[in-house]
Unconditional design. Structure first.
Length: 771
């Protein structure tokens, strides 16, 4: 190749994107000095890979062939094709067969419908002085074996018997075909068809003829940079500039579907490069000798336009503009040392000197210009703006999220939403019925298959609860007493050992699902005319109160502060809608047993279990004493407002001694009779009694207020697995409409006195008693 006096810098970009998962869609092959760099684009990064292949001191064109994942299979520098990466790209063969001068148009694209096969397309200018030759050519390349690439016979699909510069542009593949548009001053703008058989030569369409812009202006069609775009009406717009002297400041456009066209004269000096953007309708970017890079808004119907200079682009006056695989438009600096870019994801801002990389391709045009030839596919770079509402309550699955693409409409993309388990939850731009958790939305451009994903978190509305994490009293909560306040806790709170918290005067504490109120050993909670319940907006069952103790010590205070946690309820206080209203140990464990519950004139409503005691012995000086927990004039009730998943017992006693119940009411007010018990005990001792309403002993007749068990499967159920000294006493109690009043199994010395039994009808199998 002869040494040329003036220079074009050539950067060739080829894009292959056929895979939904392919985010690296190609690269630029950039000759520098006597070697080659591969500039690899990914959505957010660029990587320079030295190919270290000798290509000669002067080069004109370069291009790459890629597989569906964007991996480089072979590349071309001028007419020479390099392949076999495993041996350092050592193998090479010539593609072109004639001696005409290679021009600035060259592309390598996938052969339609054939995986692993490619077309190498170029324009070869007829040499000055020759009477024939020159035109548009293609060569088939078989790269199914990347280590042994096969090069086919070069075919001419459009002969041009002039020595001018020409250009071509390709549409996106549809149904196994592409259109190839070419231009020359012999016939104007032409359209050829490409398919798996090649590119049509004699059979082509004349879009507009050479006299379209007026007789004598046929040289307007000598294009050296041609671009095309599908507009919002799905019509193909062709634009080009020319090297023809006196016309280098003009911009030409033709609608290939309507044949409407226009000649624009922006008065910005020599136009060096042009590039459409799918992100913006009726916008084309221009690199101009007067100023730099301009954003040009055009109107083909009127032939008018308006130019806006991009700040920081003054050193980019002699460059083609090209969209890269990352969706940005790149340009070459005038000294060819750097690439700048227009970032359409950042309001179209221009960033100069974005990538430092030198390009040494050269061409003569009485001025040198950096050239970025057209890629084979469209890229629609876009970002997603994702938003969502919040769920009001824990466990709700009424969340909603939506994604908005930065370009186009939602229908221009395919959508996939997945949850944390990779389950698909939606294939639209939005997703509903979402539970709390993290979701990923991916949008794929239906034209380019370019995919962008984003993540959205569906969270609980932070305003639902006053406290959204487990709290610790007193360090993170108001000081005691809490007087006539309403507070809500998503996870609950803990009262620290040695601290006392008092709730008074209709204070209401509301808890989220499975929330816990923990009273540490040595701590105390006093509930005075106050309520512990679930959240009024989120009617889920909470776990309940845990009164922790120390199983290794007693419950008395005469030797110092009580070592056990203590819950005191009084003056019409309520615990409701809990799995266990109050338990005297760590949840689901006998650890920390020994907690104390002392309740008077208070209620345990709509709990799966009202209270629960696990094995603990109140031992002092080697003697076991009665547990100091007691219930005086308390109500245990369940009704149709209950939301617990089951009802087990109002009180469950295991391995404890001396729990007392005085004038307590155990009533099932549900319409359906549950298989539940009033008091269910195992290896435990307890007492049930009424209360005399006068201070006279013995209590006069008519003044004894009984304890009451109503509408239960069994009022009192007691059993032992062995011998125990834990006494059971039931006195002055009315068992009303229970299937069984009192059931004792392996219980010795039980006392049942002064009780009334009004037995309900047995709904079970009557057995031998039937008839």
């Amino acid at each position: 190749m002869k040494k040329l006096k003036f220079f074009f810098s050539i950067i060739i970009f080829t894009l292959v994107m056929n895979s939904l998962t392919a985010q690296t869609s190609g690269s630029w092959i950039l000759p520098y000095s006597i070697n080659v760099n591969q500039l690899k684009f990914e959505p957010n990064t660029q990587t320079i890979i030295p190919l270290n292949q000798f290509v000669g001191e002067y080069t004109l064109n370069s291009a790459g062939g890629y597989d569906d994942n964007g991996d480089l299979l072979f590349f071309a520098v001028d007419y020479l094709l390099y392949y076999d990466e495993y041996n350092g790209w050592d193998n090479s063969d010539y593609v072109k067969g004639d001696n005409n001068e290679l021009n600035s148009e060259i592309q390598i694209i996938n052969k339609p419908g054939i995986t692993g096969n490619y077309f190498f397309i170029l324009y070869s200018k007829r040499n000055n002085g020759d009477t024939e030759g020159g035109g548009f050519y293609y060569t088939e390349i078989d790269a199914t074996d990347p280590e042994q690439v096969q090069i086919g016979q070069q075919e001419k699909f459009r002969g041009v018997d002039v020595a001018g510069v020409m250009a071509f542009a390709l549409t996106e593949e549809e149904n196994g075909e592409r259109y190839v548009y070419t231009s020359d001053h012999q016939e104007g703008l032409l359209r050829h068809t490409m398919n798996s058989n090649g590119i049509t030569s004699g059979n082509y369409d004349i879009v507009v003829n050479q006299n379209y812009f007026g007789i004598g202006n046929e040289f307007y069609f000598d294009a050296y940079n041609m671009e095309l775009i599908k507009d919002n009406n799905d019509e193909t717009i062709i634009a080009w500039i020319t090297t023809h002297e006196g016309d280098k400041d003009k911009l030409f456009m033709v609608n290939a579907d309507t044949q409407e066209g226009a000649l624009f004269e922006p008065q910005l000096g020599r136009i060096s490069g042009i590039e459409f953007t799918i992100q913006e309708e009726n916008i084309i970017y221009l690199s101009c000798s007067n100023g730099g890079i301009y954003k040009y808004e055009y109107d083909i119907a009127t032939g008018s336009g308006a130019a806006t200079l991009l700040p920081n682009s003054s050193d980019y006056k002699r460059t083609f503009l090209q969209t890269a695989p990352d969706g940005r438009i790149y340009a070459v600096s005038d000294d060819r040392d750097d690439l700048g870019r227009i970032d359409l994801a950042d309001n179209g801002n221009f960033y100069n000197n974005y990538i430092s990389i030198y390009v040494n391709s050269v061409y003569d045009d009485n001025d040198y210009y950096s050239i970025l030839p057209e890629n084979g596919n469209y890229i629609k770079f876009f970002t997603l703006e994702v938003d969502s509402n919040q769920v009001a309550c824990p466990g709700d699955c009424n969340g909603y999220a939506w994604a908005t693409p930065s370009t186009g409409n939602e229908g221009d993309y395919t959508w996939v939403w997945t949850d944390e388990n990779q389950n698909i939850v939606s294939t639209a731009f939005d997703a509903d019925n979402l539970c709390e958790g993290q979701y990923v939305v991916c949008a794929t451009d239906t034209i380019s298959n370019y995919t962008v994903c984003d993540t959205i978190e569906i969270t609980l509305d932070p305003n639902t609860f006053d406290y959204n994490t487990m709290q610790y009293y007193p360090s993170t909560l108001p000081t005691s007493p809490w007087n006539n306040v309403t507070l809500s806790f998503k996870d609950g709170f803990t009262i620290a050992s040695g601290e006392t918290l008092e709730l008074t005067n209709n204070t209401k504490l509301m808890f989220g699902e499975d929330a816990r109120l923990i009273i540490e050993p040595g701590a105390k909670l006093i509930v005075d005319n106050s309520t512990l319940t679930n959240h009024n907006l989120c009617p889920a069952v909470w776990s309940g109160v845990e009164v922790w103790g120390d199983p290794s010590t007693h419950q008395f205070e005469f030797s110092g502060p009580c070592a056990q946690g203590k819950l005191i309820m009084e003056n019409n206080s309520v615990i409701e809608h809990a799995m266990v209203g109050a338990r005297t140990h760590l949840k689901n464990s006998s650890a920390k047993a020994g907690g104390i519950i002392q309740a008077e004139e208070s209620s345990f409503l709509n709990c799966a279990r009202g209270v629960e005691f696990w094995q603990y012995a109140n031992i002092y000086n080697s003697k076991e004493y009665d547990n100091v927990s007691k219930f005086n004039e308390c109500v245990f009730d369940i009704n149709n407002n209950s939301i617990v998943p089951f009802f087990d017992a109002f009180a469950y006693l295991y391995g404890v001694k001396g729990i007392s119940f005085v004038k307590c009411d155990f009533t099932n007010n549900k319409d359906a009779l549950p298989a539940a018990k009033g008091i269910n005990s195992l290896n435990a001792g307890f007492s049930i009694d009424g209360k005399c309403d006068v201070q006279i002993k013995p209590c006069p007749a008519g003044h004894y207020q009984q304890s009451y068990f109503h509408n239960l499967e069994c009022g009192v159920w007691a059993s032992n697995t062995g011998t125990t000294n834990k006494a059971i006493t039931v006195e002055n109690t009315f068992f009303d409409s229970n299937i069984t009043g009192v059931y004792l199994s392996n219980v010795d010395d039980a006392v049942i006195l002064f009780c009334d039994f009004n037995i309900a009808k047995n709904t079970g199998d009557a057995g031998i008693c039937e008839g």
